[in-house]
Ligand binder design. Structure first.
Ligand SMILES: Cc1cc2nc3c(=O)[nH]c(=O)nc-3n(C[C@H](O)[C@H](O)[C@H](O)COP(=O)(O)OP(=O)(O)OC[C@H]3O[C@@H](n4cnc5c(N)ncnc54)[C@H](O)[C@@H]3O)c2cc1C
Length: 161
């Protein structure tokens, strides 16, 4: 049995940010992630679909600094390189898999959407880099939680026998 002061469940953006902030405050934290990779819905992958350091965003790709100031703060706090999404000209867009891709002229918006250089996974790497590797548990799926007298107890499926 392992013990810690705080267990953060889920290694997506929310869990990663929380875990590194707790760690930075000197709190004994373990980040528990069911998958064998961090990022959750964030996935930057190469042309074969394998997670890559510089690739295509298959999940979240944009942030809007005015609407998501916390994301803008994270980008500047961690010194991540960002750039404005090009919005000139037409786009080819496949709205649904059963429809053919179609050409659209994007509606103009007041808000500039931003992207992270190298893909959104750059934020995942930056956050994970602030946590000691031994505080991150990949492939640990939490299957139950109970309150005990001495704290909360988690049951995890680690995929083993
Ligand atoms: C295709 C797509 C495109 C998107 N585009 C944008 C965009 O352009 N801009 C934008 O702002 N937002 C976008 N979003 C939304 C954005 O992805 C989410 O708001 C954000 O990633 C959610 O982060 P999260 O950490 O809350 O959750 P998640 O990323 O879902 O992370 C949750 C984590 O918890 C883990 N977990 C779940 N159950 C357990 C368990 N029992 N035990 C252990 N671990 C567990 C999961 O494996 C996962 O890693 C998009 C989403 C999708 C799917």
């Amino acid at each position: 049995m392992e013990t810690c002061k705080v267990a953060v469940l889920g290694g997506g953006l929310a869990g990663l940010y929380t875990a590194q902030a707790l760690h930075a405050s000197g709190i004994d934290v373990i980040l528990v992630e069911a998958r064998e990779r961090l990022g959750g819905r964030i996935l930057t992958a190469d042309e074969t679909g394998t997670p890559a350091g510089d690739g295509f965003d298959l999940g979240p790709s944009w942030y809007w600094p005015l609407m998501q100031p916390a994301m803008a703060t994270l980008v500047s706090e961690f010194g991540l390189a960002s750039f404005g999404q090009n919005s000139e000209g037409a786009v080819i867009f496949e709205r649904m898999s059963r429809e053919k891709p179609q050409r659209y002229l994007p509606a103009s918006t007041d808000q500039q959407s931003m992207r992270l250089a190298g893909g959104t996974a750059a934020a995942v790497r930056a956050l994970a880099g602030k946590l000691p590797a031994e505080r991150i548990r990949l492939g640990w799926k939490v299957t139950a939680m109970e309150l005990a007298e001495d704290g909360a107890r988690l049951t995890v499926d680690t995929g083993g026998d």
